[in-house]
Design a protein around this ligand. Structure first.
Ligand code: AMP
Ligand code: MG
Length: 479
């Protein structure tokens, strides 16, 4: 098998936003995990990827003909503060691959060494957080939620200084693209400084062609682009909320134009239902708490709208009113996706009674700190006459009577309510074992969360919440 075909479309079309760069050569690369189904989907030969040349590709040292690895430039609001230049400090876009369905996908690396955007960082990544991204992004994909994918994690054999000396790793990531709100913020900032809208228009045209091609037909394609991104993100955040996913670092540089979830740093799944749930050790104010995610996304989209205003209309007031109208539509759209999803989770069809019951259930869940994922599994069992698990006891008795009266469709519930999510304590156990060199628990957990809806014997521990001593789980940014 020869080298795969990679193109350098972004590098060629946007030299202003791409710095040619080379990965550092890892001293002793060792493949820890390879996503064979994804490799096949990309038309890459898994056997070749496992060999020395393939591992070279997965660490950035084998550069296929036609590829031109680059660090991408972008700006962004981090925790609400604008940073004019961020960029890939430890990541590289290797190039684009055309997958077996003809779609363009980015192939990129994380942890491949310092770039000119590294600022104080060392450009590296470690085994634990890269395996964590692999596990959680693949779990999200299996849940049917738009996300970047993980192709591989390669241990580099390099020692990396963090809170301790830890083993280094490189993650290979596949994305619809790496365009973010922050990419537009950087370009808009330059457009404001020079008065030249050329690059901004080109980037917007590129985003339309790649992600939202219908927008090209609109009277003003840029307004349609903004509306399409807002729609994709309203749907995405609703899907996060429906499975209890807390992204943890919803900065504008981590908000994609494609509508995929990106940047698995301090993310985690909520267990006991509580809108104030925060896992990230640096999110002191709870800006990115579970219940704030829709509002934060709207805020991020407002920053995106600001970048496109000059393309909406020459008249600033008109441009602004278009942006405001679409932004005001965000919450109703989000709510539409969320309530349709909630109805499905409860097995109900739309009615006033159903909406009331869902509100009451939310209140009961939070008052009693009920495990969000287990609740829906116990609920479908209760619908079949088997009241147990988190529904044992009597706090839900009245509520259950009213729920049953609406004739819930329990089979439909089982198709949307996952049994298996990456439970925080199991993720931690698996990563701890991996750091010791035992990859079996990671492989097992990956296997379980890759089929989240299918009940299998012997997997009860994967469906159960963390033991009480595990409460107060904290995550770190994976740097
Ligand atoms: P993130 O929080 O992962 O979205 O990263 C924010 C910014 O910090 C991006 O510009 C990253 O490229 C950069 N960054 C994060 N970790 C490192 C590191 N270890 N070395 C260099 N740059 C980093
Ligand atoms: Mg980021």
């Amino acid at each position: 098998m020869s080298q795969p075909l990679l193109t350098a479309d972004f590098a060629r079309e946007f030299p202003e936003l791409a710095v040619r760069w080379q990965a550092e050569t890892p001293p002793a690369p060792r493949l820890l995990v390879l996503n064979e189904p994804l490799a096949n989907e990309l038309g890459l030969d898994a056997q070749w990827l496992r060999g020395p040349e393939g591992i070279g590709l997965l660490t950035g040292t084998t550069i296929p003909d036609g590829a031109s690895p680059v660090a991408q430039a972008y700006a962004g609001h981090q925790f609400g503060n604008y940073v004019p230049v961020l960029g890939d400090g430890r990541a590289l876009l290797l190039g684009e691959v055309t997958d077996t369905q003809g779609r363009h996908r980015d192939l990129s690396l994380k942890g491949s060494g310092r770039t000119s955007f590294a600022r104080g960082g060392d450009g590296l990544a470690v085994v634990g957080p890269m395996l964590r991204e692999y596990l959680i992004s693949e779990a999200m994909h299996a849940l049917g939620i738009p996300t970047t994918r993980s192709l591989s994690v390669v241990a580099t054999g390099r020692e990396v200084q963090r809170e301790a000396v830890l083993p280094g790793a490189v993650l290979a990531r596949v994305a619809a693209s790496h365009l973010r709100v922050g990419s537009f913020q950087l370009v808009a900032q330059q457009a404001r400084a020079t008065g030249d809208l050329g690059l901004l228009r080109r980037l917007a045209d590129h985003a339309i062609a790649r992600h939202h091609p219908d927008a090209a037909q609109a009277e003003n394609p840029y307004i349609a682009l903004f509306a399409a991104v807002a729609e994709a993100q309203a749907s995405l955040v609703a899907q996060w909320m429906l499975v209890g996913f807390v992204h943890g670092v919803m900065n504008t540089d981590n908000t994609t134009i494609s509508g995929e979830t990106i940047d698995y740093g301090p993310c985690a799944f909520m267990e006991a239902y509580d809108p104030a749930t925060v896992f990230s050790s640096i999110d002191h104010a709870g800006r990115y708490a579970y219940g704030n995610q829709p509002l934060v996304m709207q805020w991020n989209l407002a920053r995106f709208a600001e970048t496109l205003l000059p393309l909406f209309d020459d008249d600033e007031d008109k441009a602004l009113s278009v942006a405001v109208e679409i932004l005001e539509g965000f919450m109703p759209r989000y709510h539409g996706f969320w309530s349709a999803g909630m109805l499905a989770k409860f097995g109900l069809s739309k009615s006033m009674e159903a909406a009331g019951l869902i509100d009451q259930a939310s209140a009961l869940l939070s008052e009693n700190a009920v495990d969000f994922t287990s609740f829906f599994c116990a609920l479908s069992a209760a619908g079949r006459g088997d009241v147990g698990g988190v529904l044992a006891g009597n706090i839900f008795d009245d509520w259950l009577t009213r729920w049953r009266a609406l004739g819930p469709d329990v089979d439909a519930m089982d198709r949307v309510n996952p049994l298996y999510i990456p439970r925080n304590h199991l993720v931690e156990q698996a990563l701890t074992a991996a750091m010791r060199g035992d990859l079996v628990p990671v492989g097992k957990l990956l296997d379980v969360v890759s089929e989240p809806f299918r009940k299998r014997d012997g997997l009860q521990e994967y469906a159960a919440p963390a033991p009480p001593e595990f409460r107060g789980y904290r995550t770190f940014c994976g740097t």
